[in-house]
Design a protein around this ligand. Structure first.
Ligand code: FMN
Length: 368
């Protein structure tokens, strides 16, 4: 890559140059025609910022208070599988970088690093963001219960049950290249249920999770449980009624079901439904967040915090933990600049009236 890396698109290009074809297809890919993947990033551009000038910015900061503790930044790294395939630093590098930048991390159920090793690295860091574990449903309830017990013992602060992918998405890149995992890289806590290999009519219907399974899972743990992959307000309401601590508005970064709308489009409706039901429930969002202004817009549209996926992996892929730290630092700096330039010195000052709806949307000169 020529020239300095100054934004998240530069990190994507550097990652593509560093990764082999199959790994790039896996980490960057979207489902089917990639329409949801592209729209996720573009949809943030349908909102313009409405800066207010000459406000008193003294005492400004990025801290927020969520799930009973203070976070340095309303930003987490999204759960992503098999990070040691992207770089030898893997999930450990990701977690160290997130902690150093005051961001949270959600470890994937399909982690290639044991959850205990990761917690041992960062749990004692004073200024880190939250450390959460993401789970997929496994029909073997005993195995799921054992994993939850391990997470509780290792100081994970919440569980995130991903509910939008009972089967793998249809991804052309993976069909072409397969998943040629390097020697020694595997999902260490994951037992693939039959549903991931079989279609709806060949076994899935028997083992895909339902709301009753969510209720069971919530009853197994003292940790707060969030549901990730919620895009419909009625599903958000159902989740809260069963005792979920919150929802992550997500379409899996456009990797599972193509032509689902962008999360920026769905977030306001889900957030409204959640707030109407329970003021203390969390609303998180991910998908296409590539700039500090996108993070700001996510909060203005009703999220308490946001997650980034691919950009963090791209930083990891070409420069290990250092690359992730740079990605998060860029977002952090851009977010702080946005706070100052919109006249919102604190996260709590961000509201919908900080945005103008735009028609047609802004268009980046060189889209990601
Ligand atoms: C390579 C890759 C692997 C992923 N693995 C998981 C996973 O194991 N569990 C999960 O809940 N989501 C997974 N996701 C989805 C992310 O958590 C997140 O929803 C998405 O990447 C956000 O969109 P963004 O990449 O545009 O930021 C994965 C995403 C990518 C790119």
């Amino acid at each position: 890559m020529n020239g300095p890396i100054v934004n998240l698109n530069d990190h994507a290009r550097a990652a593509q140059a560093a990764l082999g074809e199959a790994a790039w297809a896996y980490f960057s890919g979207g489902a089917a025609d990639g329409l949801t993947l592209q729209r996720n990033a573009r949809a943030w551009q349908a909102w313009g910022l409405a800066p207010r000038v000459l406000r008193d910015l003294r005492g400004g900061h990025t801290r927020c208070r969520l799930l009973g503790r203070e976070w340095p930044m309303p930003l987490l790294v999204a759960p992503m599988a098999l990070q040691r395939w992207a770089h030898a630093d893997g999930e450990a590098g990701m977690a160290l970088a997130a902690a150093a930048q005051g961001c949270g991390m959600v470890l994937s159920h399909q982690t290639s690093t044991p959850l205990q090793d990761l917690a041992a690295l960062v749990a004692a860091e004073a200024d880190r963001g939250p450390l959460w574990l993401q789970l997929y449903w496994m029909p073997d309830r005993g195995a799921l219960r054992a994993l939850i017990a391990q997470a509780e013992a290792a100081a994970y602060e919440a569980l995130v049950l991903t509910v939008d992918a009972p089967v793998n998405g249809v991804r052309d890149g993976e069909r072409r290249h397969g998943l040629p995992l390097p020697e020694g890289v595997r999902a260490v806590h994951w037992q693939a249920p039959a549903s991931h290999r079989q279609g709806l009519c060949a076994g899935l219907a028997e083992c895909a999770p339902t709301w009753a399974d969510v209720q069971w899972l919530i009853a197994q743990t003292r940790l707060p449980v969030l549901l990730k992959g919620i895009t419909h307000p009625l599903d958000a309401r159902e989740a809260l009624a069963l005792g979920a601590a919150g929802v992550v508005v997500s379409n899996h970064g456009g990797r599972v079901l193509d032509t689902v709308p962008a999360t920026a489009e769905l977030l306001p409706r889900v957030a409204e439904a959640v707030r109407a039901q329970r003021a203390d429930a969390l609303v998180l969002v991910d998908g296409g967040i590539r700039r500090g202004t996108d993070l700001f817009k996510a909060l203005a549209l009703g999220a308490d915090a946001a997650l980034i996926g691919r950009p963090a992996l791209y930083g990891l892929a070409h420069a290990g933990a250092r690359g992730v730290a740079h990605v998060l630092r860029l977002l952090r700096d851009e977010f702080e600049a946005t706070l100052a330039l919109t006249g919102c010195p604190r996260v709590d000052d961000i509201h919908t009236d900080c945005l103008w709806p735009l028609e047609p949307p802004l268009q980046a000169a060189s889209p990601a």
